[in-house]
Design a protein around this ligand. Sequence first.
Ligand SMILES: *Cc1c(COP(=O)(O)O)cnc(C)c1O
Length: 382
Amino acid sequence: MPEQIALGQPTTGDAEVEAVRRVLESGWVAGQGPMSREFEAAFAERVNSPHALAVNNCTAGLHLALLSQGVGPGDEVIVADYTYPATAHAVLFCGATPRFADVAPSTALIDPASVESLVTERTVGIMAVDTFGQCADYDELGEIARRSGVFLVEDAACAAGATYHGRPAGHPELADIAAFSLHGRKGITSGEGGVVTTGLADAAAFINKHMCFGVESALARAGSDDLAVPVFDELGFNYKLSDIASAIALVQLGRLDDLLSARRRIAERYAASLGQHDLFTLPTALDDREHPWQSYVLTLDPSVPRGVVARQLREEGIGCNIGTFACHVQPVYGSSDVCPVSADLFARHLAIPMHANLTDGQVDRVAEAVRRAVTSASTAAA
Ligand SMILES: *Cc1c(COP(=O)(O)O)cnc(C)c1O
């Protein structure tokens, strides 16, 4: 059996274990407790946002972001088509309709021209996605949102540590509200989890209340002298991140810079050792923004049978996968939008191992195996 090289892998150690031990001993393990508040403050500081809220996953954060902007039945929200379907699911959760914007072929980032073409009198908002972590074109998207009088949400699920024109993903000047994921496959993780950031005080207050059933949190009530009985005046959800997960997330946030530099080093080594090839292209990292490399995704030539390459790599113990999903073709949405670039990337993208634990030797072995598998699969197909 060859050594297994995972597609993705968390980086954790004694510090996370110690943090969990401490939070268990503290007695507050549920959400919206002292540890969640500490994590939120640290995350807000990191992305330079006045408000950060720890939620149980990014999808819940996106749902709350849309509800905070009043999204409901009859509304249309323009969504980047090439994304994990969580983005568009959040629109359906609100009873609204996702309209799918196509993406740019080189970066797979939402194409502002496509967004512009989808604006109607029903449009209430735009959801951009930081594809594989790289920030979308926020200057252009913000301009369209302002001109159209609609909100802009950043699906920053993969974007912890990314920057755009020097500002971190989640910064209030990029979008009205951003949602990050702390899922095991992302750059920093608490197993499952998420964080919402916003510069809008009213949205932050709405989200804080609606992630906790629609009432003031238990921690806020704990401060009052008499028996504070909450009043349920609005329908909220239970979308809180537990304090156990927040304790892990806080340690992970402290590792972020180390993890980013490890991933950057691996991306550079991939670029050098994969090199130029007729049958695939390397991912595009734009020079006005910092790519956090949540995934490393190749675009195969249309002549290369991707399934054959994937089988070959997996036989050699090397993890691989599609890039992400074209949403407009997913039956759940019943959409008649057309996004040819997204559909094409959905068929041709191949994600290869990317995580901060990869050694130089493993990166070289993957690069070698990819070159060999792509060449032999396309020869066999010819
Ligand atoms: C992973 C991911 C999500 C979902 O994140 P969860 O924390 O699992 O809800 C949403 N959008 C994108 C772009 C993702 O990659």
